[in-house]
Design a protein around this ligand. Sequence first.
Ligand code: HAM
Length: 421
Amino acid sequence: MLAIRGMNDILPENIRAWQHVEHHACALLGAYGYEEMRPPMVERTELFRRSIGEVTDIVEKEMYTFDDRNGESLTLRPECTASLVRAAIQHGLLRTPGRRVWTMGPMFRYERPQKGRYRQFHQIDVEIFGVGGPSAEAELILLSRRLWTALGISGLALELNSLGSRAIQARYRTRLVEYFSAHASMLDADSARRMETNPLRILDSKNPSMQALIEEAPRITDQHDAQARAHLDQLLAMLDEAGVAYRLNPRLVRGLDYYTGTVFEWTTSELGAQDAVCGGGRYDNLVSEIGGPACPAIGFAIGLERLVALLETQSVELPAAVPHAWLASNGDRASILAHAVAESLRDAVPELRLVVDAVPGSFKAKLKRADRSGARIALLIGDEEARSGTIAVKDLRARVPQSMVSIDDLAGHVARNVLTQ
Ligand code: HAM
């Protein structure tokens, strides 16, 4: 039996990269005042339809939707902004303005799997509720930049756009429809359909034959009013002041309909077609649209598979978690003693990474495994040692003779010889 297409097993040899990302993200988010929360992975289908938008690829063709035994339509979350907003409303989190939250976990989209695009993938999702000004945008961008640095990743580029208010989007929609109608013969089938339903999505088309037409299309920034322009100008001033490089991209529309105002993406040229490592933006209407109070909000999500792939592409060195010591026993008495010795060592030296070899067999085979593990020393207990209360300590990395250490002195010996090197 194999895993489902587009859903990956994350294996022990890859887990260090994941933990590297999770560890730094968790520490950094905590340091900036963000609180973790964990909404469920399944929500009512209606929540995603209403928030992401009926006429988006996600809702039209990518959701894992099913009826539960009660006949209620549920969906595996394709993203979690909607879930966080739902939870924030439900639990009164929005009563404190400026609340910062984050979550991490798997998302599900029935996309065509390819490198960097999966049906189960993972995001770290970060949101700020109740801040309408560009300070929220600036903080999210600076926080993500700091995360790339902490992870040892370089070369990500920031793209920015502002979609403006719903009124601006409506005006822009009219301009776009006029433009694309005048070039109707050049539209592919998908774009022709989108003309009727969601013309902004045409700008998102990846079809090469559409690119020239899209390039010449009117720009949303031309529809901005004074408020939208001032908001964007202030944000750009903050980014300039903080030394963040960015590219304004008037074609950046994102794949979800809830955005109003600023949208942004961090992209890479090192992963092929799936180049967005992180994407987000402002969604000032969503909270009230799904039953909450008027509340501006903004956030982003990082695609962890893509970030982990980038760690590999850029050969980022990951902190090793090899054991310090490998304890092997041989013989009935010795194997009874082994765990007791290991536990008292762990009590005495809490930072010690110690593996007890549980595979039956000869010392020779156990020493081979110890060596392969990268451990610094092997601790060997045979029945003879068990009787005399001693342990043979073998340095696996230096050519020094094996020494016999009494069990009482073992913790001191290990701490001196292993942890200090
Ligand atoms: P999104 O752009 O749909 O935004 O996804 C964010 C990131 O998740 C993408 O940039 C990408 O790295 C990763 N991603 C998306 N789909 C896949 C996939 N099929 N396979 C692998 N990685 C994928 C959102 O989800 C919004 N909720 C972000 C947000 C938060 N906006 C405001 N707050």
